[in-house]
Design a protein around this ligand. Structure first.
Ligand code: ATP
Ligand code: MG
Length: 339
């Protein structure tokens, strides 16, 4: 039968985003552990029902690269979406915790510079391949775009599975979320910033930015020098943190090779006007060890003209995505258990 709120027992808070929070819950009758996303919405009852209808599409998703859905219900004034619990969390919290661990280790061992990023590039490669699988599935089998690709919407479990969550099945939900910053994301493609329609190519841009962020261990439009304070997260993952950072007395958020601080509007301007970020850059010393085919893959994702950007299916055909003949010391499952 349909999921009932009274059958769910709260276990822990998993995280908080712009639009709501996510709780780890137990579905008591079945003993199944789930992640319950609570979204505060500002909508009339008729619109709420429409949102529930739209969310129903999630139910028919069946892919190893998409979190499965257990159902959604209204719990005034919120909408709750129950999905598969991914026990290793999202890639943003993963890379941020590795970053802290690494810098502590470096401090005690006196090592100045690490040759590896927070997320090893071979792991980034394998994760990106799953993300592309998810995008192809959503687009080709479900006819939907993801619309919110970023590290916090890419989840990992201890089996080494990588799955996408928070994809745009419900246009009405997107319209109704009571967000502070509506529809502004630092992962947005140049054409989106300029008001063009969303396309699958916009998801590809966001994937390119995400890839650099995971491999570098910091958001590509932020300067590594401002990431010294240990109390702060390694990188801004949302508009809000960018704004907060730029208000600090330090240099604020600056751009690779750029000077001064950037507000969110300046960042949007920068994305539209300047050349896209690159994977191999002198400001990230360990990036010099990345393969040329990885750098080329990123360059394709971040072509500023969406018509020159490959589709997810085309990207799956690029050499960096080919598993053949790779001597990778880690697979996702082995790596996941070390976290
Ligand atoms: P934003 O609101 O800007 O999209 P976000 O993606 O971080 O940011 P939420 O979608 O509310 O915000 O998610 C909050 C956190 O909950 C995520 O960062 C992730 O770590 C965790 N989370 C979300 N879904 C799951 C899940 N199915 N299993 C385990 N953890 C999850
Ligand atoms: Mg999310």
């Amino acid at each position: 039968g349909p999921l009932q709120e009274c059958e769910l027992r709260n276990l822990a808070e998993l995280g908080m985003g712009n639009g709501g929070s996510v709780m780890k819950v137990e579905h008591v009758p079945s003993g199944v552990i789930m992640a319950k996303k609570i979204v505060l919405i500002d909508a009339k009852p008729s619109v709420r029902k429409q949102i529930l209808r739209e969310l129903h599409i999630m139910h028919s998703c069946s892919s190893p690269y998409i979190v499965s859905s257990f159902g959604a219900f209204i719990s005034e004034p919120n909408i709750c979406i129950c999905m598969e619990f991914m026990d290793k969390g999202s890639f943003d919290s993963i890379y941020k915790s590795i970053g802290r661990y690494k810098s502590n280790a470096q401090r005690t061992s006196g090592v100045e510079e690490s040759t590896e990023g927070p997320i090893p590039i071979c792991i980034v490669r394998q994760a990106v391949k799953r993300v592309l699988g998810g995008l192809v599935y959503l687009y080709e089998a479900m006819g939907v775009l993801h619309r919110d690709i970023k590290p916090s919407n890419i989840l990992l479990n201890s089996e080494g599975q990588v799955k996408l969550c928070d994809f745009g099945v419900s246009g009405e939900l997107e319209n109704s979320v009571a967000k502070t910053f509506v529809g502004t994301s630092v992962y947005m493609s140049p054409e989106r910033i300029q008001g063009s329609d969303y396309s699958i190519k916009s998801d590809v841009w966001s994937l390119g930015i995400t890839l650099i962020e995971l491999a570098h261990g910091c958001f590509p439009f932020s300067d590594t020098e401002v990431d010294e304070s240990p109390s702060d997260s390694a990188a801004p993952s949302a508009t809000l943190s960018l704004t907060r950072r730029s208000q600090r007395k330090s240099k604020g958020v600056s751009v690779h090779g750029g000077v001064g601080t950037l507000s969110i509007l300046e960042l949007m301007h920068h994305i539209v006007r300047e050349p896209p970020p690159v994977l191999i850059t002198p400001s990230i010393p360990h990036s010099k060890d990345f393969a040329g085919e990885a750098a080329q893959f990123v360059d394709y994702c971040l072509r500023k003209d969406p018509n020159e950007r490959p589709s997810p299916r085309e990207l799956l055909g690029m050499s960096w995505m080919d598993d053949e003949g790779r001597d990778e010391e880690m697979d996702l499952r082995k790596w996941a258990v070390t976290l």
